[in-house]
Design a protein around this ligand. Structure first.
Ligand code: PMP
Ligand code: GLN
Length: 388
């Protein structure tokens, strides 16, 4: 049979997360690959979802989302960032940030349009941009004094006559960078100058460390009117399986996103929406505890990885550590990540798969630290036995 998959999606294969999580199960390895916590979110939030099901919130919710969740998102934007959004026209609920990003890219870009994104790029970006028939222009984040950042000239040079959108993920998965105001100002300046749409992926907005501040791009001068911001419940409240996200943007952008989203999934599960609204309004102290505990876990994992011979980059946000495997005598992260489960019983993610130019990312492997301390300790011990 000839290949049934459309040409623009050939080459995307199975996601690295699915591949590596399957390998973890197959080999009985500790999974520090796919980023999901091994403890639950706030109990009262979980109870709210259960109660919602029991009380009959089980039929189609409104396509744009439950009013209570849209209101909770608008409140969160105002209280945390001083950003004002009309819950009825400027807040929109999606199936996770993944659908928020996909619907936005599909709604706002088309064949021949160029989308700039900072490489390594979260895996759904390249696939979604390809689905839209648009072209991904990567700008590479490279280590500079222990932190990954971009070369301003490379960013400026990436903007051309076909550029339509800049996709900004901060805090950044997988490198852990939280963009500074100066970095964001540079991006904002290009958006204003060239009339570009900014699509921001802010799913790790609460998970920042050592006082690093997450600054939404929409708060910069002239940016609210051209920014489509995406976030979700998964990372903030440790429920990655709930797949409930939201988009905030000026009404014309929301209408565009809605036009696409109503035909991809139409609506998002009601119980998750109700519980997410509850959590945004009531469980932020719980999130602060999560954040503090993740910072300690980050340091725990880094100490262990360094003892095992990796060069580890200390992330300012997210729950991932990017490592350089060069000091271990390896050059190819994909090879190492495929061998580690068998050799050490540990699964990691080769960051190379997030690069358009694989040689840029060949030496990097990502480990997740959203795990119980004893799991991190055992993983590190296993790695040391192999590398030491
Ligand atoms: N963006 C980034 C950077 C992520 O790490 C993730 C991880 N899941 C997502 C988007 C997707 O979020 P969601 O599960 O809400 O779709
Ligand atoms: N965001 C998670 C990560 O980066 C994985 C999400 C997924 O499996 N698609 O590990």
């Amino acid at each position: 049979m000839s290949e049934p998959l459309v040409p623009r999606m050939q080459g995307f294969g199975t996601t690295i997360f699915a591949e590596m999580s399957a390998l973890a199960v197959e080999t009985g390895s500790i999974n520090l690959g796919q980023g999901f916590p091994d403890t639950d979110g706030p109990p009262a939030m979980l109870d709210t979802a259960i109660e919602a099901i029991r009380s009959g919130l089980n039929q189609y919710p409104p396509g744009p989302g439950l009013p209570e969740l849209r209101q909770a998102v608008a409140d969160q934007k105002r209280e945390r960032y001083g950003l004002s959004y009309d819950p009825a026209a400027e807040v929109f609920v999606t199936v996770g940030a993944t659908e928020g990003i996909a619907a936005s890219v599909l709604a706002l870009t088309g064949p021949g349009d160029e989308v700039i994104a900072f490489e390594p790029t979260y895996d759904s970006y390249a696939a979604t941009i390809a689905l839209a028939g648009a072209v991904l222009r990567p700008v590479t984040l490279r280590p500079d004094g222990g932190r990954f950042t971009f070369d301003p000239d490379e960013l400026r040079a990436a903007v051309g006559p076909r550029t339509r959108m800049i996709l900004v993920n901060s805090p950044h998965n997988p490198v852990g960078t939280v963009f500074t105001r100066d970095e964001l100002e540079l991006i904002a300046g290009l958006c204003r100058e060239h009339d570009l749409v900014a699509l921001t992926d802010e799913v790790y907005e609460y998970l920042t460390f050592d006082g690093a501040e997450h600054i939404p791009l929409a708060t910069l001068p002239g940016m609210r009117e051209r920014t489509v911001a995406v976030s979700s419940v998964g990372k903030t409240f440790s429920v990655t399986g709930w797949k409930t996200g939201w988009v905030t943007a000026p009404a014309p952008y929301i209408r565009a996103v809605q036009t696409v989203k109503q035909f991809t999934t139409f609506a998002v599960g009601g119980p998750w929406q109700r519980a997410t609204a509850y959590a945004l309004g009531n469980e932020l102290p719980w999130v602060e505890e999560l954040r503090a505990s993740l910072q300690a876990k980050r340091d725990r994992l880094i100490t262990g990885l360094e003892a095992a011979g990796f060069t580890a980059f200390r992330p300012q946000g997210t729950y991932f550590v990017q490592t350089d495997i060069g000091p271990l005598g390896f050059k190819d992260g994909v090879e190492l990540a495929r061998a580690l489960p068998g050799k050490a019983g540990v699964v990691a993610i080769p960051s190379q798969v997030f690069y358009q130019r694989p040689d840029e990312g060949a030496r990097f492997v990502r480990f997740a630290f959203c795990k119980k301390d004893e799991v991190i300790d055992e993983a590190v011990e296993r790695l040391r036995r192999v590398t030491g």
